[in-house]
Design a binder for this molecule. Sequence first.
Ligand SMILES: CC(=O)N[C@@H](CC(=O)O)C(=O)O
Ligand SMILES: [Zn+2]
Length: 313
Amino acid sequence: MADRTVYNPMRKVAIFGGTHGNELSGVVLVNHWLKHGEEIARPDIDVRPFITNPEAVEKCTRYIDTDLNRVFDPENLRKENKLNLSYEVKRAQYINSVFGPKGSDEAYDVILDLHNTTAHMGATLILENSRDDFTIQLFNYIKKCMAPLTCSVLLNEHPQLKYATTRSIAKHPVGVEVGPQPQSIIRADVLDKMRMVVKYALDFLKDFNEGKEFPPCNLEVYKVLENVAYPRKENGDIAAVIHKNLQDQDWKELNPGEPIFSTLDGKTITYEGECAVHPTFVNEAAYYEKNQAFTITQKILLTAQSVRCINSK
Ligand SMILES: CC(=O)N[C@@H](CC(=O)O)C(=O)O
Ligand SMILES: [Zn+2]
């Protein structure tokens, strides 16, 4: 007999934009929905659009003092002595008080956190927990609705590389990452894809709350294995750039021996891993300061039990 997971209805849903103030699709969509909420309204769901880092949005920069999307860990959320805290840690504590507290029953059910990447990733959903059947079912639904457009799923639950995201205060965190889009500009194609993802996510939640059962499913995901750093000179300067054969090839197979960097003196550096991988976040602008040239992932299949809602009316 197939197992089924039951949940309470998902009534508290937030859509976050401006977690990074220079990723403008989420900023303009959330600002639009704050004035015109009809598009995101669904029966019996409180859907709340919210700008998470207003100072960074104002200055059109990723962050003011520190990356907001890294500070939702218990230690930062607990810190006292408000005078010495960075703007983003104070903001994280406030966001956690409104939409969390993280890990509690009162926390929001679902948070869609809207991001852009300069990498050629297309529409991407970011999953934080491979055992969260509800979110796997949600992603499977969105992916099917997006077809023939691709919608890839990135799974980040790497013990060292996972970070404490803004969305992680929700019971079911959903990262939405759409590219390629340069920082501080808006591309219509990217905006449309993000808008479609949000629409399908909300449609799923409506169907789910109305009692629709979603049968068991398989979901193809790209699991984070490692971040690859830029080769640097002794003085810290970048010594090589992403090779032209790797540029814009996010999600494509990369085999051992294939080029990944070109050095400034004209040499090619090849991938020397053991087996084929799938790079992503290739040449992401925001990751130069984190010294990440790209992330390598492995394609795996997740399965989810059927899900349905308990007290649907
Ligand atoms: C380019 C970018 O900002 N990416 C996001 C990914 C995520 O939301 O997990 C970040 O590094 O926070
Ligand atoms: Zn971002």
